[in-house]
Design a protein around this ligand. Structure first.
Ligand SMILES: *Cc1c(COP(=O)(O)O)cnc(C)c1O
Length: 345
């Protein structure tokens, strides 16, 4: 069965243009930095984000981990959101593998961290405390509903971090969604951070990979961390070729995903059995819950939707996450709406 798969934008399969580029990719040993296709992708990523250098890694999780390991020593502290992907969904790697202490601050509805809480969270020199070393932001913010923060906010946090000798990292898995949604160049965010990761394998639809961007010196240190984590790949140009196509052709079209997420919210929001959460979609994610009148759990509803050819993410006892991406067409929005109507409408 060909499902309408709204579980995540990670389910996107490579486009025909990507497969063609992969088949023809010029490759070499990337651990020796001799893969011309990986090198080209890295140069494109650095240019696009306005950084000196970039490094291709197998996943966003490894990108954040290698970056945080390169910024911090064992026993240092990173301030991040209590709903951040790095805190919730990266297997605790920064503490398990890096001995890095995490200080969780409350994510605001837009995914931001309050300046006042950052200030409160700052550690003094007293030897009771782990040294504050890093702040990590996430934009768009996944668990806050695909919401975004503005360039002005990034400027403020950057000024705060740098005036206290801290570094600023951005988990920009979906930074291009934040950029397209606000109609601003991605550099408006990235110019304020010391390092960032972004994913090629989400809405940009490449099969594998993320990039870490930062100064040349930082990327050299991250290169060692990537090796230690087992992320040194050889003829990775086969994969990077799809990433180049993703950056060249899949960024601007993200606005279509945002429009379809809004269309879904409008249709589903009219159904008695459903309640739109977090103010509706800001980008390509829609969180919604079952109304009290519905006698089923989200899991049971998801099973019934599946029978109707629609896959959704279950993220709570009564809550769903629906993510739009290039494989979700207008017809897919219709089919998903019709399935929900039959099951809970
Ligand atoms: C997907 C995601 C990541 C990285 O995930 P991988 O599956 O390891 O590539 C990091 N941060 C956020 C916000 C994400 O959504």
């Amino acid at each position: 069965m060909n499902y309408i798969d709204l579980r995540s934008d990670t389910v996107t399969r490579p486009t025909p243009a990507m497969r063609e580029a992969m088949a023809k990719a010029d490759v070499g040993d990337d651990v020796y930095a001799e893969d011309p296709t990986v090198n080209r992708l890295q140069e494109m990523a650095a240019a696009r984000t306005g950084k000196e250098a970039a490094l291709y890694v197998p996943s966003g999780t490894m990108g954040n981990l290698a970056s945080i390991l390169a910024h911090c020593q064992r026993g240092d502290e990173v301030m991040l959101g209590d709903k951040s992907h790095t805190f919730l969904y990266e297997a605790g790697g920064i503490s398990a593998l890096g001995g890095i202490h995490s200080r969780q601050l409350t994510n605001q509805p837009d995914g931001s961290l309050l300046l006042s809480e950052l200030e409160e969270g700052l550690r003094g020199p007293d030897s009771h405390f782990p040294p504050s070393r890093l702040i990590s932001l996430e934009n768009t913010h996944n668990r806050c509903g695909g919401t975004y923060q503005t360039p002005a906010y990034f400027r403020q946090v950057s000024e705060f971090a740098h005036s206290h000798g801290l570094k600023l990292h951005l988990d920009g898995a979906r930074i291009f969604n934040a950029s397209v949604a606000q109609g601003v160049d991605v550099k408006e965010f990235t110019q304020h951070v010391d390092s960032l990761t972004f994913c090629l394998s989400k809405g940009l639809a490449a099969p594998v990979g993320s990039l870490i961007c930062g100064t040349r010196e930082f990327i050299q240190r991250v290169h060692r961390q990537r090796k230690a984590l087992g992320g040194g790949m050889r003829q990775a140009g086969i994969l990077a070729a799809a990433g180049i196509v993703a950056l060249e052709t899949m960024v601007e079209r993200l606005s279509e995903d945002h429009a379809r997420a809004r269309a879904l919210a409008e249709r589903l929001g009219r159904m008695r059995g459903l309640v739109i959460d977090m103010g509706g979609p800001a980008t390509n994610m829609l969180f919604l819950s079952l109304a009290e009148s519905v006698p089923m759990s989200a899991k049971e509803v998801a099973e019934k939707l599946k029978e109707r050819g629609v896959l959704v993410g279950v993220v709570g006892v009564r809550q769903f996450r629906l993510v739009t991406h290039y494989e979700i067409t207008d017809a897919g929005v219709d089919q998903a709406s019709a399935a929900f109507k039959e099951v809970v409408g």
